[in-house]
Design a protein around this ligand. Structure first.
Ligand SMILES: [Zn+2]
Length: 178
């Protein structure tokens, strides 16, 4: 019982330290370990890793995730915002736990973003992908509209819906949606 109580306390502390109210509300159901399964649609790389355990991030797992989410055009690796990983975990759990999340875009270097902005409609010049605070995802076998709803419900930041390209954009910036 005591163990449980102190665990809940540490989860709430963690969530509030991350500054994500929606996550703080979700803290009582936060498991001891959080696992992410990802597949990068550009590189074909995949991973399944426990990125958070015993009340803290697992450095090796974070390094693996950062590598998988790198700019695939020039292999530049950035430190992804940990809040984004919690958000992704929360949203993917809401639509069906332990599914593989397909990554369409994670970190984008300035050069890649400029190239995309010149060639693709709807790419922001100051995209949060540049700050490693945004991710574009789909979960095969799960309804994209449901994923979109779950992302909006999580309230972790910006949410963009791209049904034509079959992905949802999530970021840890200001609350907004398009
Ligand atoms: Zn995006």
């Amino acid at each position: 019982m005591n163990q449980r109580r102190s665990f809940l306390k540490s989860s709430a502390l963690l969530a509030s330290a991350l500054g994500v109210p929606a996550l703080a509300r979700a803290a009582p159901t936060m498991p001891h370990e959080r696992t992410l399964r990802m597949y990068n649609t550009h590189t074909g790389e995949s991973l399944r890793t426990v990125f958070w355990a015993e009340g803290k991030f697992v450095p090796d797992a974070m390094a693996d995730i950062n590598k998988l989410l790198r700019d695939h055009r020039n292999n530049q690796v950035a430190q992804m915002d940990p809040k984004l990983l919690f958000l992704l975990d929360q949203v993917s759990a809401a639509v069906g736990s332990n599914e593989v999340v397909h990554i369409i875009s994670g970190y984008r270097s300035p050069a890649s973003n400029q190239l995309l902005a010149e060639t693709t409609n709807g790419v922001a010049k100051h995209s949060l992908h540049l700050e490693a605070k945004a991710i574009d995802v789909r979960i095969p076998g799960r309804d994209l509209a449901m994923l979109h709803k779950a992302a909006l419900h999580a309230g972790g930041g910006g949410v963009g819906y791209y049904p034509d390209s079959q992905f949802v954009h999530m970021d840890t910036g200001r609350l907004r949606h398009w």
